[in-house]
Design a protein around this ligand. Structure first.
Ligand code: SAH
Length: 254
C-alpha cells in the first residue's frame, strides 16, 4: 500500500538568496523569505532548507533559530556547484506585462544566460519593471532546481544595442518576412554559426522596415525564419531558444 503522503511535502524548501554563501555561514532571513518558510511551509527548528546564490552553487542549511518574523539558517555544506549555462542571450522587445513575465520565466527554465529588453519603434510597453521580471526568474529557478539565474539588462534602444554589439557574438534575428524568400533556415544558420549567440525577437507589431534594414546591416546578424506561420512574440522567443539549445546548446547528451 502506498504510504499516506505527508503534508507539507518532505522535500526541503529551496530558495535563492542574494548573498555569497559558504559553509558554516549563518544567514538571517526576514521579509518574504521568512514569511514563506514560517507561515507557508511552517518550518521548524532543525528543518533543512536548500539555498543557492547564483554565485557559487547550492547549499544545504538547517534552521538554527526561529523568531516570529525572521529566522537564522546555518549553512552546513555545498551540495552542488553553480551550473554552466550555454552562452545564449535573449534580446526581446517588451510586450504586455504578463506575457513579458512569461518570457522571463520560460527563458530562465530553458537556460538563457542573459535577457536584454529592447526598445523598438513599435514597442508598446516601455515601463517594464525589472524587479518583477527578476522575481519571475527567481521563482522559476527555485522551482526547477537551477543554480544559475539569467542576468537581466536594463531596457536599451535597438539602435544603441546594435551600435555596441560585440564583434564575436552572432545575432540570430527572427524575421517573419524571410520565410517566403526561401532563405533563413534556422537549421543551416546554426550549422554555419557556432560560438556566442543571441536571439532577437520583435514586438507584437514587428520591426519597422527601417529597423529590419538596420538589423540586417549588422555583420553579426543572421536572419532566421521560425516557419511559415506568424507567431506571437512570446511563442517566437521560446521556439527560437529551443532551436538554438537543441542545435548549439546543451540539449544533446553524450
Ligand atoms: N509583423 C507581424 C508579427 C510580429 S510577431 C505583425 O505586424 O503583427 C513578433 C515577433 O516575433 C517578430 O518581430 C519576429 O521577431 C518574431 N516572429 C514571429 N513569427 C515569426 C516567424 N514565423 N519567423 C521568424 N520570426 C517570427
Amino acid at each position: 500500500m502506498p504510504a499516506t503522503p505527508a503534508y507539507p511535502p518532505h522535500s526541503a524548501p529551496r530558495l535563492f538568496v542574494d548573498l555569497a554563501l559558504s559553509e558554516g555561514a549563518e544567514i538571517r532571513l526576514d521579509g518574504s523569505h521568512a514569511h514563506y518558510l514560517l507561515k507557508v511551509m511552517r518550518i521548524k527548528q532543525g528543518d533543512p532548507v536548500k539555498l543557492f546564490d547564483d554565485r557559487s552553487g547550492e547549499y544545504l542549511a538547517h534552521v538554527s533559530a526561529l523568531g516570529k518574523r525572521d529566522l537564522i539558517l546555518l549553512v552546513n555544506g555545498k551540495t552542488r556547484e553553480r551550473e554552466a549555462v550555454p552562452d545564449l542571450w535573449l534580446c526581446t522587445a517588451p510586450i504586455k506585462k504578463d506575457r513579458f513575465s512569461w518570457i522571463a520565466e520560460k527563458a530562465t527554465e530553458l537556460g538563457v544566460a542573459k535577457m536584454i529588453p529592447v526598445q523598438t519603434e513599435r514597442t508598446q510597453s516601455h515601463n517594464i519593471k525589472p524587479e518583477k521580471l527578476r522575481t519571475h526568474m527567481i521563482e522559476a529557478a527555485e522551482q526547477c532546481e537551477r543554480t544559475a539565474l539569467p542576468a537581466l539588462d536594463p531596457l536599451i534602444k535597438l539602435t544603441d544595442m546594435l551600435e555596441q554589439w560585440p564583434a564575436d557574438r552572432h545575432l540570430f534575428f527572427a524575421d517573419e518576412r524571410i520565410h517566403e524568400s526561401g532563405e533563413g533556415s534556422f537549421r543551416k544558420a546554426l550549422v554555419a554559426h557556432e560560438g556566442p549567440a543571441a536571439i532577437l525577437i520583435g514586438p507584437e507589431g514587428g520591426f519597422t522596415d527601417a529597423e529590419n534594414e538596420m538589423i540586417r546591416a549588422l555583420p553579426q546578424s543572421v536572419p532566421v525564419s521560425l516557419g511559415p506561420r506568424i507567431l506571437r512574440a512570446d511563442t517566437a522567443a521560446l521556439a527560437a531558444i529551443s532551436l538554438w539549445m537543441a542545435g548549439r546548446g546543451d540539449w544533446n547528451p553524450g
